[in-house]
Design a protein around this ligand. Sequence first.
Ligand SMILES: [Zn+2]
Length: 291
Amino acid sequence: MSPVSLPASSLPLTGRQKISHALIFKGGNAQVLFEEARRLTAYLNCLSDEPSGRPCGSCVHCRQIKSEVFPYWFTIAPQGAAGLIQIRQIRELQAKLMGKAPAGQVKVAVLLEAHRMREESQNCLLKTLEEPPEDTVLLLLTDRPQDLLPTVRSRCQLIDFGCRQLLPAQAELDLVLDVVRALESQGYYAVFDKAAFVEGSRKKRLPEFLAALEFLLRESLVSHLSPQAAEKGLIEDLPAGFAADGRKLLAALEEVWQAGYFLERNVNALLILENLFLKINKLNIRVAKGG
Ligand SMILES: [Zn+2]
């Protein structure tokens, strides 16, 4: 298996300089797998030399990857009544991968629902897995890697994304952290200035706000219960979390679920927020240092 060199500008994904040229991204949420494929492509092709090594999101490559017009990003998906990846699609992909990418760029081929291939298609793909073109990464996205031929599986590095859900938007996570910081430094009453974000569109914003808060609490709880779990995975990019003991994090999570329950039952959004902020303040939930 010949490894692909990461461009100097990219951070090694797991502290390693090399990744395998063929990867199986396994997971139950197809959208998560697709986003991770896109993220890896950005890691491999970002032009910035930010010290963090994270894809900058604003260079020409990052923007092309985001809008799926990056010239070295190829995707194939099952087609036709049978819903299979056809051997013809594999051959077309192979022809595209023969083209050379400019220096420092990496071609990425993404096979969606990769298990939906007949044996002949998989055998055809096998040739590329055995002798990949230069600077090429193949990503097989699937929730059923066991349905792939053992010969295919054995040539791929398996990355398990489990049942991970999509990250809430960064703006939403930042807002949650701002609100919790304000609760800490200015107290419960002052936080409603912060909560002006919901004025006018309180009801519309609230579900996203609750989802982001739930996400951060859940991630904090996981890293609290198992510090190793937070480090697991290829491209972990978790935002700052909360510092509190596990029992309090769990109690705060229950408050968020309750807020969601009230929201569904059309309880006044301001009341829901007041109650939630009061509980979070009482539980002494703090933004972790460095977050
Ligand atoms: Zn970039």
